[in-house]
Design a protein around this ligand. Structure first.
Ligand SMILES: [Zn+2]
Length: 428
């Protein structure tokens, strides 16, 4: 059992806090009507497992022969409450989970201004491309409401993502999370999550794919367990795309400036195609091959070049896999995913916020990209939280990803962290 910021160890205060007494009365009334002994009988393993899968909340028989309910938050077991071991008990738990989920949703909305899809809400028509490559919208994709497990685990990513979740030019409203029931794309695999600049209401949003964010309760050989943890990197990556919108990446001039700082040299080919050319340390240009994510040698007109630097066709173009391209790149990307400047920067900002270990690695492996990312992040922070009278940022990001008021201690902590990372590197 683990105490957490859910703060639900004291069941009595929890009842009051969550207004669950009303829910208990509701249950009492119905029990009077249908009390026939069956509702009072202990639950079966199958009954508990079905309930657990449906609600994504673990339920087990406790030492007092009651039912104990829990979820995993940041890989730690958090006990929520307990009920009698009976169908009535499970029914009461339905209501309690509903209340807790509401409370959580309200808390995240209050604290981070983010909003969430409701059960059955329209998202947009399913995407496909016709023969001419034009986008078509098919049948409506619907969303569901987030589950307690998802909300509780999203909190950590939102805390470190701040202020990326706020809408561009609006510090009072955050983006909306849609949890999709069916795939957004008709003919291709969906990403785990997708940032969209304009949802059906014209505002920024993150679409979470039908597989959710990675944290699931599963039943295997009759036993309930949590399959893993929420993919915080994915959340921080998509939030980073929102920061890009906030920082003006979608304006052409700004986009070119930032792209060049990352070693990209985007241009429009004589054929009218936009090519995100990436420069190597030796000054050569490469473009990504979308399916393989390999990088192919090109000239400044976008024509493929073979190993001898002669114009060739795609098959004979000199080729680097993502690992080799990463080594060869003028500015070393943070991960193997850098098919264009937006993706390279989103990966880097996600790692910068993910935690000490990831931020240290980013600094050690890609110092230039680290500085660019830190600068971008600080601009983003200043946009929402402003500066002191002396022109210094009011907030800084600590190595663990959280924001802190700017003061001498915080500055020193960050400087020491960066110095230690580089000293450690030179000793390797
Ligand atoms: Zn992305």
């Amino acid at each position: 059992m683990h105490s957490s910021d859910l703060g639900r160890n004291d069941t009595d205060s929890e009842h009051q806090h969550l207004g669950l007494q009303a829910a208990s009365r509701l249950y009492d009334d119905s029990a009077h009507r249908v009390s026939d002994g069956q509702l009072e009988a202990p639950t079966s393993e199958k009954g508990r497992n079905d309930w657990a899968l449906e609600h994504q909340v673990q339920v087990r028989v406790g030492t007092n022969n009651d039912l104990v309910y829990s979820i995993a938050v940041n890989n730690k077991d958090v006990t929520l409450f307990s009920t009698k071991d009976s169908a009535e008990g499970l029914h009461l738990a339905d209501k309690k989970i509903e209340h807790l989920t509401d409370e959580y949703r309200r808390e995240l909305t209050h604290k981070y201004k983010v909003r969430f899809s409701h059960e059955g809400e329209d998202v947009e028509g399913q995407l496909s491309f016709d023969a001419q490559g034009k986008v078509r919208h098919g049948e409506m994709v619907h969303a569901r409401a987030p589950r307690l497990l998802e909300l509780a685990n999203l909190k950590g990513a939102l805390e470190r993502g701040r202020p990326s979740q706020l809408l561009p030019n609006d510090n009072h409203q955050g983006l909306k999370f849609y949890f999709l029931k069916t795939p957004l794309r008709k003919d291709a695999d969906d990403a785990a999550a997708t940032h969209v600049a304009h949802d059906k209401d014209g505002k920024a949003a993150i679409y979470v794919g039908p597989d959710g964010l990675g944290e699931n309760l599963v039943v295997k050989d009759g036993k309930q367990s949590f399959a893993g943890s929420i993919d915080e990197h994915v959340v921080l990556h998509e939030l980073a795309h929102n920061s890009q919108a906030r920082l003006g990446w979608l304006r052409e001039k700004q986009f070119l400036t930032y792209s060049r700082a990352l070693g990209f040299d985007p241009f429009v080919s004589p054929a009218g195609e936009t090519i995100f050319a990436l420069r190597s340390k030796s000054g050569d240009l490469y473009r990504v091959e979308p399916d393989s994510l390999d990088w192919l040698s090109i000239n400044d007109k976008g024509q493929y070049l073979d190993k001898n630097g002669q114009v060739s066709d795609l098959q004979n173009a000199a080729r680097l896999d993502p690992g080799k391209m990463r080594e060869a790149a003028l500015v070393r990307p943070a991960t193997f995913y850098f098919s264009n400047p937006l993706e390279m920067a989103a990966e880097s900002l996600a790692l910068f916020k993910e935690g000490k270990g990831e931020r240290r690695k980013l600094l050690q492996e890609s110092p230039e990209l680290y500085r660019f990312t830190k600068d971008q992040d600080q601009k983003d922070i200043n946009q929402s939280y402003g500066k002191n009278a002396d022109g210094k940022p009011l907030y800084l990001r600590l190595p663990d990803g959280r924001l802190t008021l700017n003061n001498i201690q915080a500055e020193k902590l960050i400087a020491d962290f960066e110095k230690a990372a580089m000293i450690h590197l030179s000793k390797q």
